[in-house]
Design a protein around this ligand. Sequence first.
Ligand SMILES: O=C(O)CCC(=O)C(=O)O
Ligand SMILES: [Fe+2]
Length: 238
Amino acid sequence: MHIEREMRWHLPFYFRQVLRASLTISLPLTMSQLNLFENAANHPASPGLHTIRDGAYYFQPDFFTKDESDVFFTSLKEHIQWKQESMQRYGKQVNFPRLSAWYGEKGTTYTFSGVTHHPHPWTADLTDINKRISPLAGVVFNSVLLNLYRDGNDSIAWHTDAEPELGPHPVIASVNFGATRKFQLRHVQTKEKIEIPLTHGSLLIMQGALQYHWQHQVPKTSKPVKERINLTFRVIKY
Ligand SMILES: O=C(O)CCC(=O)C(=O)O
Ligand SMILES: [Fe+2]
């Protein structure tokens, strides 16, 4: 198992635990069992920690139960103050292909496309979700960006979340409710691609160096898909 030296120092508690556990449990396995174990772990969407080139991510397809996820979806859809954001491009104001909202502690402002966003205060749902995911991520998040993808025409283009507000080694936890959409990672140098279907109730934690070496996107799809809500929990330094 190869982990960059730089990353090893920044793996949060949970990742270190999982690494230790997976090393321990793999010891008594026979060679063929080990191969099975590794193949399963190599599937990008299998549950658990994935160490990849220049980074690591943790994925749990059913972190929230179906019932919990149904309740969160309905409640977030209704109570979040969804907004159509837009940006100036070639002298025209262009709408982003999704609705979004920014929530967090007072002071966790976030600047993108030259616009500084002030957060709405945490809601009960957001506090609940934060409490559930924080122990796994090894950090307590102080802000969350929400996106509502209304149908297959909504998307987010290739980008990284390595903004200066997030500090040098950001831990970002992505929580998903509603329709399954493809989440793609692309290595900046090698162009290697990893695809993870983000299912109803799934949790994806991206960590450390990953944001510097990999971009991510949720592409449009011509398949008929229902609405999807994605929450990316972040720690804003302020
Ligand atoms: O919808 C997603 O899964 C990704 C959202 C995202 O990358 C972002 O908000 O920065
Ligand atoms: Fe992102």
